[in-house]
Design a protein around this ligand. Structure first.
Ligand code: HEM
Ligand code: SF4
Length: 552
């Protein structure tokens, strides 16, 4: 992972000092709420329903055990002993005290972490595949490119006050595990016929009030132009994006209004001025970025022997066997595997982790995965480099911490925003709905029979819970002061991305689990052998689901 040099460290330390002064002046009444607002947002601090909320960045989702232990310490000493992993590879603390936030930031800086640009109208944390640098289906490790983007975007003076927030995701594998098409800019690493690396660049995606799937702006951008091209897109957006209406300010609205061809033309005009200029990336620059992401020191392992031993262990232990099939993925290195720790045990808020669990993950990372941890946008944690002969030990430790629910990519591995329990913008409480669904569908055999299903829940139309791209999406809506939930079907966040369609009138919270059951029953009745929920939905459309759910 990226290690701060002295400049990075000084920058982050100075920012803490600056924010400490700002907080002190605010608390002394020397600056107003209005003046303090942009200052705190630039440091990741929202003011929420019950308390402030601090959003901590985890660049491209990769962090280490020392950082995790620090997060555990912070959540214990300054918060209520837990944190929430969000869909943007960030960690959110829901109960920090305003006056203690400078101390928290100082603690974070001591382990090379911060909360800078995690809110406000700037370029946010660049996200990527949680399996980056380890996945068997990967073309290249996307993180060096993320790192280059991170260095370029952090404190970029020109892009500190954009019309609206700006999110970039990078993907470099066969499956899209970064929801690239839902981002303001999606960068897909590709190789051309000559085997050279370049980028397919997508623009204007996003969820929220107006969900849009991003459009291709260039099919192959030679890699040295990454920054000049991104800069050109940002510049056009910064000049032409709407500032008069918050709801129409995202780049997706601009791209739609102009049309992709006119937008591309503008970008090309900007680009002509800076292409091949000083921001052009050199091989030395790529090598420097790549040097932070060298593979760990893998042992030489006989993969076939490791597989045989694993099969024997699995044959004796059905729970382990289930877990291997669902929570373990193929690694590039022989004899290694990638483990997803499920943060979706029944009765736990999706993505939440206690201080003790954070420490347990840190210990497991040290013992089994070179001290490295990943956060996924589906709100789970990953040990990316586990020896196959240690998988059983990992499973047992994970079980002891409630991380071993073998449900990854199944119905109960749901994405859920914090909703009305914490968020001031919510229309409804999403967490109790997620729990009711977890409880109703707690039978793993039934879930396996259903096959992979993404169920995503948001407490309001801002779509932090990605409901538009869930195979089943659930959205909290307000009806004359009462909480209701609107259900949609057919979304996808993978390469075949699609936006879900609304099923019909909304339901009370109490009805949602039964409605989900009816939807699942409809699928089971209509599917052909081997057909997934999404395939069936795409073949039969929404009507059979509607008929069943709204039958009188
Ligand atoms: C509790 C504090 C939070 C607040 C105040 C908040 C606020 C917002 C707002 C206002 C939007 C809409 C932006 C727009 O349409 O321009 C939004 C979108 C979003 N937020 Fe949050 N959010 C919060 C928590 C979260 C959490 C916990 C997650 C992850 C679980 C998250 C991830 C996202 C994502 C992925 C979007 C969609 C952005 C897009 O693609 O347009 N946020 N949030
Ligand atoms: S979707 Fe709405 S309720 Fe949920 S976290 Fe985002 S803003 Fe809050």
């Amino acid at each position: 992972m990226y290690i701060y040099d002295e400049h990075d460290q000084r920058l982050v330390d100075e920012r803490v000092k600056q924010y400490r002064g700002q907080t002190e002046r605010y608390l002394a009444g020397e600056i107003t709420d209005e003046q303090f607002l942009p200052l705190r947002l630039q440091n990741g601090l929202y003011v929420q329903r019950l308390a402030p909320m601090l959003r901590i960045a985890i660049p491209y989702g990769t962090f280490n055990s020392t950082q995790m232990r620090k997060l555990a310490h912070i959540s214990r000493h300054y918060d209520k002993g837990y944190g929430h992993f969000s869909t943007r590879q960030n960690l959110q603390l829901n109960w920090p005290k305003l006056e203690e936030v400078p101390d928290i930031l100082e603690e974070l800086a001591s382990v090379q972490m911060h909360a800078i640009q995690t809110s406000g109208n700037c370029i946010r944390n660049t996200t990527t595949d949680q399996f980056a640098g380890a996945a068997a289906d990967e073309l290249e490790d996307p993180r060096p490119y993320c790192e280059i983007i991170r260095e370029w975007s952090t404190f970029h003076p020109e892009f500190a006050f954009l019309p609206r927030k700006f999110k970039i995701a990078v993907c470099a594998s066969e499956a899209d595990r970064a929801a690239t098409q839902m981002h303001d800019i999606g960068v897909e690493v590709v190789h051309n016929a000559a085997g050279e690396t370049g980028f397919r660049v997508l623009v204007g995606g996003g969820l929220g009030r107006t969900p849009v799937i991003a459009t291709e702006i260039v099919d192959f951008l030679p890699k040295q132009h990454l920054i000049t091209y991104l800069e050109s897109i940002l510049r056009v957006y910064n000049q032409l994006g709407r500032r008069d209406n918050k709801y129409k300010a995202r780049i997706k609205i601009l791209v739609r209004a102009m049309g992709i061809d006119a937008f591309r033309e503008k970008v090309e005009q900007e680009w002509a001025a800076i292409k091949d200029g000083p921001s052009t990336l050199t091989e030395a620059e790529f090598d420097r970025a790549k040097s932070f992401f060298r593979s760990p020191d893998y042992a030489t392992i006989d993969d076939a022997a490791a597989e045989t031993a694993l099969a024997e262990q699995a044959a004796q232990n059905p729970a382990f066997s289930n877990w291997l099939k669902r929570n373990v993925d193929a690694h590039q290195a022989p004899g290694y595997a990638m483990v997803t720790l499920s943060l979706k045990a029944t009765g736990y808020a999706p993505g939440d982790l206690t201080d003790k669990q954070m420490e347990a993950v840190a210990d497991m990372a040290d013992q089994f995965s070179f001290g490295e941890i990943r956060a996924s946008h589906q709100q789970n944690l990953i040990l990316a480099h586990v020896r196959k002969d240690q998988l059983l030990a990992v499973f047992e430790q994970a079980q002891a911490q409630n991380f071993a629910t073998a449900n990854i990519n199944y119905l109960t591995d749901m994405i859920c925003c914090p909703g009305g329990d914490f968020c001031a913008l919510a229309n409804a409480k999403s967490l109790p709905v997620s729990e009711a669904i977890q409880r109703k569908f707690d039978d793993l055999d039934y879930l396996y029979d259903l096959g992979p299903i993404d169920l995503n829940i948001s407490g309001c139309m801002n779509a932090c819970g990605h409901h538009h791209i869930g195979h089943i999406g659930i959205l909290g809506v307000d009806k004359k002061g009462q909480e209701f939930f609107q259900i949609s079907l057919g979304g996808s966040q993978d390469k075949d991305a699609s936006l879900a369609k609304i099923l019909g009138p909304s339901f009370s919270a109490a009805d949602v689990p039964d409605v989900v059951e009816k939807i699942l029953d409809t699928y089971v009745g209509l599917r052909t052998a081997e057909e997934s929920f999404l395939d069936t939905y795409r073949r039969v459309g929404i009507d059979p689901f509607k008929e069943k759910v709204y039958a009188k």
